[in-house]
Design a protein around this ligand. Structure first.
Ligand code: AMP
Ligand code: ZN
Length: 667
């Protein structure tokens, strides 16, 4: 009897899975909605009666219902990179030259795919089952949104056919236009504001707390990349074909091209045809097809070298510029803003656009009351790209750029060589003060949960904080009486602040908001100097001699370190117990054994992955370079190293060592 029931449950699951697949992936329904619902109900009833047969991958798990209050932050096993952009055939030809030089071969082939415009997602499968789904976040870590993702019907919970046991697959969660318009229609009928555009709505949907609500949204997932050490394929194209076979939705608009000219044909075709697609695309992604070549090429600090996005030309509209206003940033930089007569542009309504700086305004001779052209590029903020002089009012006057800070009214300064004006009132200008604290608590910095940008303003207004160190003195009793605060939220805030004391040094360094010290620079500095004390006592020459640290950054660090106010702030942070040096654990894995040596890594390895090898080089003080030159100290050669690379190394008489030699070198 029980065997029979188990079998019945299995059969129903199989059948429903297949119907789901036919409908949501193949877009080809093979059963009526009504019959589908009856079968689903039957399965639900059986599963309720016989909970011993529960399966997290059952089609019944797609209806949602589970609530997530806080999405867990998870570190990606392998980083989710961004893509470099290109805008012309020339850019693509330059890219081809670069990669061909890098791999030492002109034998290259490309795949072209549409660039799906949504929210990236990383799905992990094990033994054919969906284990987790994590958003891209900052590329290093994202949010675990598995419960919400499970409700998207085109994402298989259980794979079919021939799949590898363990892998991650990356794709884009999108909201097709049709579904998006229907959602908006309903909202308008209910008297609600319509959503602005499909992309933001898709990405917002992933962070809804109620998964049943997510299940109601017509989200879709288009896949474009498998990550695994054990891919049994030679090309990206084969990988995608396999992904399609095992159940994923991989769009058919993919082409293997032998040349950049052929790539450009694909681009031109889709530049027109994209307007007939059921979803939005903002470009084409071109990738080196051969996986071993991809591996050879590796990554820059931001993006893979083996891929490039081609961006379709941005859409433009013209509208009236009502007024130019000015904004102060956390560093005191002033940004002029165009306040526009609202205009519909690329699916969103635009009311404001950036004017960059005084030179830009002068160069384009932009004036209030002008009719201007507004463009939306890859950035979220649209920009003014020109003026329609024919429509300029007769009484128009040239723009006189602001002379004083819009916030604290201090006279603005502009240093030699700087594009922007600055408000020099660093410690008295409210926007700069709150801006610095907002940067400090932000996700990529101290990532303080329970405290947001608005609350920072409130705390500042109430005289509770004047700088980021003051956060660590806050008491629950001080917060509860504030507007919109309750005991629970106050407690959460204090807990969040307390937890930030564990944030590693490199992030703290970034959080300090030293001018020109972004995420990557902070990482470099943390690794090099190992503690804030070493960094702050370094000389200009010493700083400038660190790899990739130029004069501008060095001077900024010197200025920061010489400021008594900053010294006092850092001492307070130390006192509160923040991580102002690398942890023992990180230090323990680092040596200077390879100091002064530049390595080029090429080929396939066995004892460690190529990335582990590169990390080992860097952790031990060496430098990794992507191409062989006279400066190269060693080439670490694995299997199938490119013949022309080997030739080059031999010609320049550079030592070629194998994986084992390298390991010996370390020990
Ligand atoms: P960007 O965010 O502009 O740097 O572009 C990189 C993002 O494009 C990736 O993180 C992906 O989420 C997304 N993307 C969309 N379609 C593709 C595709 N076909 N191949 C690779 N990435 C894609
Ligand atoms: Zn100011």
């Amino acid at each position: 009897m029980s065997e029979k029931i188990e079998e019945k449950i299995h059969l129903l699951r199989e059948e429903l899975r297949q119907h789901n697949y036919n409908y949501y992936v193949l877009d080809n329904a093979t059963i009526s909605d009504y019959d589908f619902d009856i079968k689903l109900k039957e399965l639900q009833t059986l599963e309720e009666q016989f909970p011993q047969y529960f399966d997290a991958s059952s089609p019944t798990q797609r209806v949602g219902g589970e609530i997530t209050k806080n999405f867990k932050t998870v570190t990606h096993k392998s980083r989710m990179y961004s893509l470099d952009n290109s805008y012309s055939i020339q850019d693509l030809q330059d890219w081809e030259k670069r990669i061909q030089k890098n791999i030492g071969s002109t034998n290259t082939e490309y795949t072209c795919e549409l660039k799906y415009d949504g929210a990236s997602i990383n799905l992990t499968y094990s033994d054919g089952k969906l284990i987790s789904a994590v958003t891209r976040g900052d590329g290093f870590q994202g949010d675990d949104v598995t419960t919400n993702i499970k409700t998207i019907k085109s994402i298989p919970l259980q794979l079919k056919g021939d799949f590898i046991d363990e892998f991650q697959i990356r794709g884009e969660i999108i909201l097709p236009l049709d579904g998006f318009n229907k959602m908006n229609q309903k909202r308008v009928e209910n008297g609600e504001e319509p959503y602005k555009n499909p992309r933001n709505t898709a990405s917002g949907s992933l962070k809804l707390q109620d998964s049943a609500e997510v299940a109601q949204r017509p989200l879709d997932c288009l896949l474009y990349h498998i990550v695994s050490d054990k891919l049994p394929f030679k090309s990206h194209y084969e990988t995608l074909e396999n992904a399609r076979k095992i159940g994923f939705k991989v769009p058919k608009a993919i082409k293997v091209c032998q040349s950049v000219n052929e790539v450009f044909e694909f681009i031109n075709y889709w530049d027109k045809e994209r307007h007939n697609l059921p979803y939005e695309t903002d470009g084409i992604v071109v990738k080196v097809n051969n996986l071993q070549q991809q591996d050879e090429l590796g990554f820059t600090a931001k993006a893979p070298r083996w891929a490039i996005a081609y961006k379709f030309k941005a859409e433009q509209e013209s509208t009236i510029l009502n007024e130019i206003t000015y904004q102060v940033g956390r560093t005191g930089a002033i940004t002029p803003v165009a306040n526009l007569e609202p205009v519909q542009l690329a699916g969103t309504i635009v009311k404001r656009a950036s004017l960059h700086n005084a030179d830009q305004i002068a160069k384009l001779d932009i004036r209030e009351k002008d009719t201007v052209f507004v463009e939306k590029g890859g950035e979220i903020i649209p920009k003014v790209v020109g003026v329609n002089l024919n429509l300029r009012p007769v009484d128009s006057e040239p723009t006189i750029y602001a002379t004083h800070c819009p916030d604290c009214n201090t006279e603005l300064v502009r240093k030699e060589g700087d594009a922007k004006h600055y408000c020099p009132n660093e410690y008295g200008c409210p926007t700069q003060i709150t801006g610095r604290i907002q940067h400090f608590i932000s996700r990529k910095a101290m990532n303080i949960d329970g405290l947001g940008a608005e609350t920072v303003e409130l705390l500042y207004k109430e005289n509770l904080i004047r700088n980021y160190a003051d956060l660590y003195d806050l008491k629950v009793e001080q917060i509860i009486p504030l507007e919109r605060m309750a005991e629970k939220s106050a407690q959460n805030m204090i807990t969040g602040i307390e937890l930030s004391k564990q944030i590693p040094f490199e992030k703290v360094l970034f959080a300090l908001g030293i001018r020109f010290v972004g995420e990557t620079v902070a990482k470099k500095l943390a690794k090099h100097y190992k503690s804030i004390d070493n960094l702050m006592s370094a000389t200009f020459e010493d700083l400038n001699s660190v790899d990739e640290i130029g004069e501008r950054i060095a001077q900024s660090i010197i200025d920061f370190s010489n400021d008594l106010g900053n010294i006092h702030l850092i001492n307070r942070l130390k006192f509160y117990g923040l991580q102002l040096e690398l942890s023992e654990e990180v230090l323990g894995n680092q040596t200077e054994k390879l100091k002064g040596n530049i390595f080029v890594v090429s080929g396939v390895f066995h004892q460690m992955s190529r990335n582990e090898l590169k990390k080992a080089i860097e952790d031990n003080g060496g430098k990794v370079s992507s191409s062989i030159s006279k400066k190269t100290s060693f080439v670490v050669a694995g299997d199938n190293m490119g013949p022309s690379k080997r030739e080059k190394a031999e010609k320049l008489e550079i030592k070629i060592i194998n994986e084992q030699d390298f390991i010996n070198l370390l020990n």
